[in-house]
Design a protein around this ligand. Structure first.
Ligand SMILES: Nc1ncnc2c1ncn2[C@@H]1O[C@H](COP(=O)(O)OP(=O)(O)OP(=O)(O)O)[C@@H](O)[C@H]1O
Length: 243
């Protein structure tokens, strides 16, 4: 469970995240949706301490994130970004094994878990010995997901995790991923600016503009009871299938 309380982040005199509060329950998928520059990435990067808030607090599974050093905290929080952020000089197998190795898993368990994930994410077994540059964009993205999930972290942060994919592969990978049983027990915060993706994946949505939360709620609540014209227009941008 994640509690973000009155969090603000300032650069110079610009408030890029302005008094943001929300909680994400265990197993819930919370989508941060909003215009470009609205503070989504900054917010998600404060949860795993890649950025520290200027004020406010963040508690993950009962522990204030400031009580842990960044690297230790990040071993328990999966993190997926748009270009997958893989280590270029590691093979796929080595990339996926990064966190389990740091946590001291034995080699047989790591191999087994890697096989399980590549299988579920439908990556062909022969990719394991390849380097990231030798994969397609869609494969790289799936390896990024496998690496983030490898040690079964209770919390996973995803920042535009499907951003680099064409629309077909995007839908496909999205379905594969959110069809994984283990993801149902994982607390997920996902950043996107794609309205359809947010409506499809979110248990709840935090809609942001200019560093502030404009509305928070279930997809149907935002669609049926938009708080203001901004919300209505933002969600109306594209036709979608929920209504
Ligand atoms: N290190 C920094 N120094 C100064 N300003 C920054 C820094 N990082 C982010 N910003 C500013 O903070 C604002 C919010 O950025 P952020 O990346 O959180 O937005 P976002 O909602 O994720 O946008 P996008 O969808 O375009 O990625 C932007 O105006 C950005 O220029």
């Amino acid at each position: 469970m994640i509690e973000v309380r009155n969090v603000t982040r300032q650069y110079g005199d610009q408030l890029v995240v302005n008094d943001v509060s929300f909680t994400v329950a265990k197993g819930e998928t919370m989508v941060l949706l909003g215009t470009s520059g609205s503070g989504k990435t900054t917010t998600v990067r404060m949860i795993n301490r890649m950025i520290d808030p200027s004020s406010g607090s963040i508690v993950v599974n009962g522990v204030d994130v400031r009580q842990q050093d960044g690297p230790t905290l990040r071993r328990s929080i999966g993190y997926v970004i748009q270009d997958a952020g893989l280590f270029p000089h590691y093979t796929v197998a080595e990339n996926v094994a990064t966190v389990p190795k740091l946590l001291g898993w034995d080699a047989a368990d790591i191999r087994e878990r890697t096989r399980e994930l590549t299988d579920r994410l439908r990556l062909p077994p022969d990719v394991l010995n390849r380097y990231p540059a030798e994969l397609s964009g869609g494969q790289r993205q799936r390896v990024g997901l496998a690496r983030a999930l490898a040690a079964r972290p209770p919390v996973v942060l995803m920042d535009e995790p499907f951003g680099a994919l064409d629309p077909f592969t995007r839908r496909h990978v999205r379905r594969e991923l959110f069809g994984l049983n283990e993801l149902r027990e994982t607390t997920v915060v996902l950043v996107t600016h794609d309205v359809s993706e947010a409506l499809e994946l979110a248990d709840r949505i935090v809609l942001m503009d200019q560093g502030r939360i404009v509305q928070m709620g279930r997809p149907d609540e935002l669609l049926q009871r938009p708080a203001n014209d901004f919300v209505r227009e933002f969600l109306d941008e594209k036709p979608h299938r929920l209504l």
